[in-house]
Design a protein around this ligand. Structure first.
Ligand code: 3PG
Length: 307
């Protein structure tokens, strides 16, 4: 039976681990678990005879594929697969999948929590502001963006969205006002929340041309990837707009400078926390296990991303 390596630098919750184990036990698959590792060499060694691999944000690169000659499938238990070298995977005939939507509620809840935290001045005891009646502009209307839209509407926010890959009709059906162009996100939002993947097209795409447009008291929420922001432009926005705030799920590269100069107006989680709930770990981990089993048993490649 196939041998599966589950490798997570940032482990799944215990509950999720039990459920993933049960899926593979029931299918009779061998499992090797590598958790909390710190050296990529540990991953390469563990992958030496694996035919399937489950990861989270773990780096899966050419060196890993070279070290894992039996590997047939990698499933990223999560949405973003910018940690996986797709070209190298394809060159090694390895199928790559993600588990879209499985952790989106957790990420949307974190985005909402970060919005409230910043609106209340990081709970500093002074008067803050409320979300009700404010405009939330979403950059990206996939699983996380649409889930956050639903929550924000429940909080009486006006919700707007821009996503070149999603039709306006879908937004309108969900009570969200479609925006025609990317600039409109930045002129509209009292809150702007980013829900775009990190790709060649999006890296550093939130640049000064866009950030110069934000309202002076705008709160920019980034639970996507730090790479989508042009950090020089972020610094400039904080310098030029004296109520502009930035909150993110993972530290930016310029975190020391931001903390030194704008401590009251910036915040980030100490580790990437968006998908770090029992529920999200279980949903994404079990989906990954089932996708691997369906691939070996039925040749199912539904969620393949390196087609
Ligand atoms: C994702 O892309 O699914 C999220 O960013 C979660 O990443 P994580 O599994 O590393 O927490």
């Amino acid at each position: 039976m196939p041998k599966v390596l589950i490798a997570t630098e940032k482990p799944f919750a215990k509950e999720a681990v039990q459920k993933i184990k049960s899926e593979f036990d029931a299918a009779g698959y061998q499992q090797v678990w590598l958790e909390n590792y710190t050296d990529p060499e540990e991953l390469r060694k563990a992958a030496a005879d694996a035919e399937a691999l489950i990861v989270r944000s773990d780096i899966v690169d050419e060196a890993l594929f070279n070290a894992a000659p039996k590997l047939k499938i990698v499933v990223r238990a999560g949405a973003g697969y910018d940690n996986i070298d797709l070209a190298a995977a394809t060159a090694h005939n390895v199928i790559v999948m993600n588990t879209p939507g499985q952790n989106s509620n957790a990420v949307a809840e974190l985005a909402l929590g970060l919005m409230i935290y910043m609106a209340r001045g990081k709970f500093n005891g002074k008067s803050g502001t409320e979300l009700a009646g404010k405009k939330l502009a979403l950059f990206g209307f996939g699983y996380v963006g649409s889930r956050l839209a639903k929550m924000a509407k429940g909080m009486d926010m006006e919700v707007y969205a821009y996503d070149p890959y999603i039709s306006s009709e879908i937004m309108i059906q969900q009570g969200v006002t479609p925006l025609n162009k990317v600039e409109d996100i930045f002129t509209t939002g009292d809150y702007i929340s980013l829900h775009i993947p990190a790709t060649a097209e999006t890296k550093k795409s939130v640049n000064w041309n866009l950030l110069k447009l934000v309202k002076d008291n705008c709160i920019l929420v980034n639970t996507a990837r730090k790479e989508v922001i042009d950090e020089d432009a972020l610094i400039q926005a904080l310098q030029e707009k004296n109520k502009f705030r930035y909150v993110s799920d993972i530290a930016p590269d310029c975190s020391e400078k931001l903390m030194a100069e704008f401590a009251e107006r910036v915040f980030w989680t100490p580790k990437k926390m968006g998908a770090q709930t029992e529920e999200a770990n279980t949903n994404a981990g079990v989906a990954a296990a089932r996708q691997i089993i369906a691939f070996f048993e039925k040749g199912d490649t539904t969620f393949q991303v390196n087609k």
